[in-house]
Structure formats: C-alpha cells, structure tokens
Design a protein around this ligand. Structure first.
Ligand code: NI
Length: 492
C-alpha cells in the first residue's frame, strides 16, 4: 500500500529521487534465516513506482484487507469530531468498543493528548472548540483510531495522524495498539517483537543506503505492526531523517516466528481464535467522553404520558439522541407500559417523586416516602430502580438533600417550555443558553414541547453537540447521594 506519499522536491537529484520513491513502497522478500544472528536475512525488492496496491505474492489477502481499512467489531460504535484547535482544523474519527473500557480510555487519552498539543500555548483543548467548526481554516489535521483486526480476545487498533501543511507538504504517522478485551491489558505494537530483533527490522524498512543517511541516525521507531493470522508481519515506520514519511515491509511467517516475543506469539494464537463475546451495555450507559466531544443532556420531566412520550421516543430514535426521563411515581403507576417502553428503548430514567410536591415543605419521613413509592412504581414497570432523582421545581435544602438518598440532578438550562408552551420561544432560549456539559430541563407531558424537539435536536447536533444521558454526561465524575449536579465540570 502506498504510504507517506509527499510531493518530491524538484531539487532532489534523480538518483536520490529514485531511492526515495523505492523507499516509500518497499516490500521485503524473505530469503531465509542466516542461522547465526537469530534475525531473519532479508533482501529488498523495490517497486519502480509508488503504488497503492500491495504486492500480491508478498502480502496475503486477509492482511491487505486489514491494512486497507477498519473492520467491524461487535459492540463497536463510531464517533467523530471536527474542531478548531489553535492553528489547526482537526477532523477526528474513532471507534469505541462496548465492553472494552481499556481500549476506550486509551483512545480518549491519545485523542485528548493530540488536541491539547494542538491548542495554543498555555491552553488545553475544550469541547467548545468543536462547536460550529465545520468551516475549514488553518492547518488541516486528520486523526483516526479504528480497529483493523479483531479475533479471540484481541482487538488491534491503528492510530493515525495526517497533517497537511500550508505549502502542500504533508506527513503521516501511525501506530498499532493491541487490547485484550478480557484482561483489559493494552500493549503497543512494538511489543510483538523480541527487543533484539527490532534493530535489524528497523534498518530494513527504509531501504535508504547507509551512505546517504546521517551516521548518527538510528532506525525509525517501530510502532505500527500488524500480524496476519497466518503469521506474516507487516511493519510500517517513519523514514530516518524524513519525519512524517513512512515505508513498510512484510516478513514471511517463518522469519516472523523467529522475531516474535512471547507476547507476539500469544497475539498470533488469539488471531486464530474465534472472537470472544462481550456483554452489552444499555445505550444510555455506553461510553462517551464529554471532555472530548461537546455534550448536552436533554432531560424530560413529569411523564410518562401515554400520548406525548411515545412521540418523543420516536424523534429521539430517529435522531439517534440519548436523553433522560425524570418520571413521577403517579404517572408511572398510571402508564407502566409507557415507562417500560422508555426503559426498553435504552433511555435513562430518574425519580421525580410520586405526587410532585415541594419537598422543602415536607417532613423528612414524607420526603423519603415520596422517593420510595416512586422507586417501587418504576421498578415494577421497568425492572430497575432509579439511581438518581430530581426534586420538583428544583426545590431542595440541606434536609431534603440528606433525605432523598440519591444524587439530585437539577439543570443548567431551564427551557421554561411549560410556561411559554411555544417552540418559537423555548427552542431559541435553549440554543442561546446551552454550553458543553449542560443539563437541559424540558417536559415530555407538554404537546408543544414535543413539537419543538425535531428543530432543537437537529440544530444542536448540527452545531456539533453529542446528546447524551445524564449518566453519560457525568461519566468519570461520581454522582454522590445528597449532592446537587447541574452540569459536567470542565477538565481542570
Ligand atoms: Ni416536574
């Protein structure tokens, strides 16, 4: 496959150009082990031109597929982001895998590291930089982290950064990481190799004769390694002295075997094993990183309602938006099948008391009774007990906070939808006041609220907002019983 195809400068001597072109697309053919050093002996066969097609003999089909693009992983779900970060216009795309938290956390910290590095000096990346960022401008940077292999307990993710400079120059860097979805262990591609076999492989990747490379230059760091199930190893690395320019080579299975570490042999075994199933997470609890993407949590109170709640569910499903429903016990008891429909669709449900009183006007035993009766109604309808609550009118004092026994989820943006009963009033109000991390208050029992949801949701998504459930919004920041929450705190 063609790698690191930058524009050759006219100033290069013809012979040098020929060597560099060859280096961009090297396929190494293995002639046999030399029997003394332990490292395989390799001869190179340079291509005459830069080609996007792998050598059909040297590269077996399954591996070429893996090199050419992402694979579907059970439980995988794609994310993307466009952001203006400092001088950079960043497009990021990546895949989370449900039930593989080690992988998801790794991808998050890799992306946040890149975005922080792109931010102006003294600043960190903020999700607000990803709002209304569709217009290009500045230096284009494309980053991706996508699974390229998945078998046994192993998922292989290739991380890639492509930058294009203002003068037509460009660079690409890539690395592979290996994740064990059962143990959670995460290793770099370099760990597939015995340390002593690395220098030999490094020197073979570039194909640049030693006399034109600076004597001080080490071999390129070996970070992008892919094993085929039949044991061929393809190594891609940066050319020495040519930052951002890559070359790759493939070794046959026999010689790869001699270079593999114990870990590499374990991975090879896993690549030949059937994929191990992972338990599925409810959609409202699936991993989203709200320090990375601009999130908002739409919340709907006072239902469920037999007419309006199913209408809202249809809109949310169509827009692929998550949301949270704070149900009253009385309406849940009156419409248990609607509450079950909300739960079965994967949305988050909170406790909004039984009879919607001002809790600050009740005795603490009466507060507890409001909560317990509602828990019982929701449990009976949906099979689950809510882990969070919202006090009616947002009314809570220290005594109420101590009495409810759950985290209190208030809001950062009050739509006042119940008051205006007019989408032309509450939709602009929400759009004006919303910021990344906000909890937004609405009421699914109001027909006029439902009328405004298509416009509100599509506008927010068009701006770059990821609409998440309350548990997703606060992921990584524990929700403590008796504490009040209105929005996700920004990364320090
Ligand atoms: Ni209410």
């Amino acid at each position: 496959m063609g790698l690191g195809m930058g524009r050759a400068r006219g100033s290069l001597a013809a012979a040098c150009l020929r060597i560099l072109l060859a280096a961009f697309c090297l396929v190494a053919l293995i002639c046999g082990g030399d029997g003394t050093s332990g490292a395989p002996y390799v001869t190179m066969r340079p291509h005459e031109r830069v080609s996007s097609q792998p050598d059909s003999e040297a590269l077996p089909q399954p591996l070429s597929d893996a090199l050419n693009g992402p694979v579907e992983v059970p439980g995988g779900y794609g994310m993307s982001l466009t952001a203006h970060v400092g001088e950079h216009h960043v497009h990021a795309s990546w895949t989370y895998v449900d039930g593989a938290p080690g992988l998801n956390t790794h991808v998050d910290s890799w992306l946040l590291g890149l975005l922080d590095a792109a931010a102006p000096a003294g600043n960190r990346y903020r999700p607000a930089m990803a709002l209304n960022a569709l217009q290009p401008g500045g230096q284009e940077m494309t980053v991706s982290a996508e699974p390229v292999q998945a078998a046994g307990t192993v998922i292989v993710v290739r991380e890639k950064v492509k930058s294009s400079g203002t003068n037509g120059t460009g660079s690409v860097r890539s690395a592979t990481v290996y994740v064990d979805t059962v143990s959670g262990e995460l290793r770099s591609g370099a760990e597939l190799l015995r340390p002593e076999s690395v220098p030999g492989i490094q020197s073979r990747i570039t194909g640049v004769p030693a006399d034109i490379a600076a004597p001080s230059q080490q071999g390129p760091p070996v970070t992008d390694l892919l094993l085929s199930p039949s044991g061929e190893l393809t190594v891609t690395a940066e050319l020495p002295g040519r930052p951002g320019r890559q070359a790759s080579m493939t070794m046959n299975a026999r010689d790869t075997g001699a270079a593999l570490s114990d870990y590499g042999r374990q991975v090879l075994g896993q690549l030949n094993a059937p994929a191990v199933p992972r338990p599925a997470t409810a959609p409202a609890l699936r991993h989203v990183n709200c320090d990375l993407v601009p999130c908002a949590a739409l919340t709907y109170d006072d239902g469920p309602d037999a007419r309006t709640t199913p209408q809202l569910l249809a809109i949310l499903a169509e827009r692929k938006a998550q949301a949270t429903f704070f149900m009253t016990g009385s309406n849940t008891a009156a419409n248990p099948s609607i509450a079950k429909q909300v739960a079965d669709a994967g949305f988050a449900i909170g406790n909004h008391t039984f009879s919607h009183p001002y809790l600050t006007k009740l005795s603490i035993p009466a507060v507890k009774k409001e909560i317990e009766r509602t828990d019982a109604a929701i449990l009976s309808a949906t099979g689950s007990t809510p882990t969070m609550m919202r006090p009616p009118y947002g009314a809570a004092d220290a005594a109420v906070q101590g009495g409810v026994g759950k985290p209190l989820i208030i809001w950062a943006v009050d739509s006042l939808d119940w008051q205006s009963k007019n989408p032309a009033a509450f939709v602009p109000k929400v759009l004006k006041e919303i910021t990344p991390g906000a909890v937004v208050l609405m009421h699914d029992v109001q027909p006029t609220t439902i009328s405004g949801q298509q416009e509100l949701i599509s506008t927010l998504q068009g701006q770059g907002y990821q609409l998440v459930s309350v548990p997703q919004l606060f992921e990584g920041t524990p929700l403590t019983p008796g504490h009040v929450y209105r929005s996700r705190p920004a990364r320090p």
